[in-house]
Write a protein that binds this ligand. Structure first.
Ligand SMILES: Cc1ncc(C[n+]2csc(CCOP(=O)(O)OP(=O)(O)O)c2C)c(N)n1
Ligand SMILES: [Mg+2]
Length: 345
């Protein structure tokens, strides 16, 4: 852990400008308000499915702000709404996917919502079987390393991709693909970061039934990569750990496994009823210590955020979400004649 500890001492988050700190807050808030609207639309019977990122925003926005956004490659998972929105996916893009309308950016509305993919944002398309993104992302990191070593990419050029980042849940680390991807990243000293968003549940299955170790990050040693566990509801603490991992990747020092302790504030998806497996007190307690509230209090304590500014952000988010919903509701469905577009055979 020596490399991480050394970098953590200087706390890269202390170097962030007030403008950037507020921009991080804005992205957490916009994602939360977009996410909340999706639940309302589902309960109104207007959309078929939603899977939520609420409670994971600090990790996801912290991750986006620590990499070179839009340049480094990201292979997200279904819960990464705040991450992809911080990379440039808009509420309108998301609403088009919820409604399955023409103009949907990931798959022309063929896939379920939250299966992100965007060439423009350097987001590799998401597969449904959990953990399959890990070997894909490690492969991406291998390509970056290969190109770097063969003079096709300059490791000092911030305009070129320098790492691959992927995310998954703690339950998904039981899949073989996760181990294969992590091992590959270790063997080849890849510029690779894997964030395990540990919210203690894989739908209804608690973590104790998923692994015999206390921390997912303990497994890093078996792959020869750096492992660290961090509070994923503290955006600045997460950002600091992430910056250390990014520095390792950029400097050719290898991969990092970051375990971010999060709490999912909603049921697994709109098809799940979490009352059958989670005590209500547990959920209520998590809401009281919610990442957005904590960050808000932090910014207010430092005099960076004010009530007036907060109201202004809330109003702007509301307008954007309203506009996005209206746009998607009024948009046409994909043309029938486009049915066979983008199909290999
Ligand atoms: C290989 C595979 N098995 C099962 C599923 C069904 N499934 C989708 S999400 C999920 C739970 C994953 O839990 P976790 O990895 O902890 O992530 P979280 O949803 O908690 O963020 C399961 C079992 C799947 N998509 N793929
Ligand atoms: Mg989980």
């Amino acid at each position: 852990m020596s490399a991480l500890t050394k970098t953590q001492l200087s706390r890269p988050s202390e170097q962030l400008s007030n403008e950037t700190l507020l921009d991080m807050y804005w992205h957490m808030l916009l994602s939360r308000r977009t996410d909340e609207r999706a639940w309302v639309l589902h309960r109104q019977g207007k959309i078929a499915f939603h899977i939520s990122g609420m409670g994971h925003e600090a990790t996801q926005v912290g991750a986006a702000f620590a990499i070179n956004r839009g340049v480094d490659y990201v292979v997200p998972y279904y819960r990464d709404l705040a991450l992809v929105m911080a990379l440039g996916i808009t509420p309108r893009d998301f609403m088009l996917s919820l409604f399955g309308k023409a103009g949907e950016i990931s798959s022309k509305a063929r896939q379920m919502p939250s299966h992100w993919g965007s060439k423009a944002h350097h987001i590799l398309s998401t597969s449904s079987p959990v953990a399959t993104q890990v070997p894909q992302a490690a492969g991406m990191a291998f390509a970056i390393k290969y190109q770097r070593e063969n003079g096709l990419l300059d490791p000092n050029d911030a305009a070129q991709p320098r790492l691959a980042l992927t995310c998954l849940g703690e339950g998904s680390t039981s899949q073989g693909e996760w181990h294969e991807g992590m091992n590959w990243a270790g063997v080849h000293t890849l510029p690779f970061i894997c964030i395990v968003q540990n919210n203690n549940y894989a739908i209804s299955v608690p973590i104790e039934q998923q692994m015999a170790v206390s921390h997912v990050a303990e497994r890093a040693i078996a792959y020869g990569v750096q492992g660290v566990t961090v509070d994923g509801t503290d955006i600045l603490a997460f950002y600091d750990v992430m910056r250390a991992a990014v520095a390792r990747a950029y400097n050719g020092e290898g991969a990092t496994l970051i375990e971010a302790k999060c709490y999912r504030l909603t049921p697994h998806s709109s098809d799940d009823d979490d009352r059958s497996y989670r005590p209500r007190e547990e959920v209520e307690e998590a809401k009281r210590t919610d990442a957005i509230l904590r960050y808000e209090q932090h910014l207010m304590g430092r005099g960076i955020l004010s009530d007036a500014l907060k109201q202004d952000y809330e109003q702007r988010a509301r307008q954007m979400v309203d506009e996005a919903q209206r746009y998607a509701e009024n948009a046409p469905y994909p043309e029938e004649s486009s049915l066979y577009e983008d199909i290999y055979a």
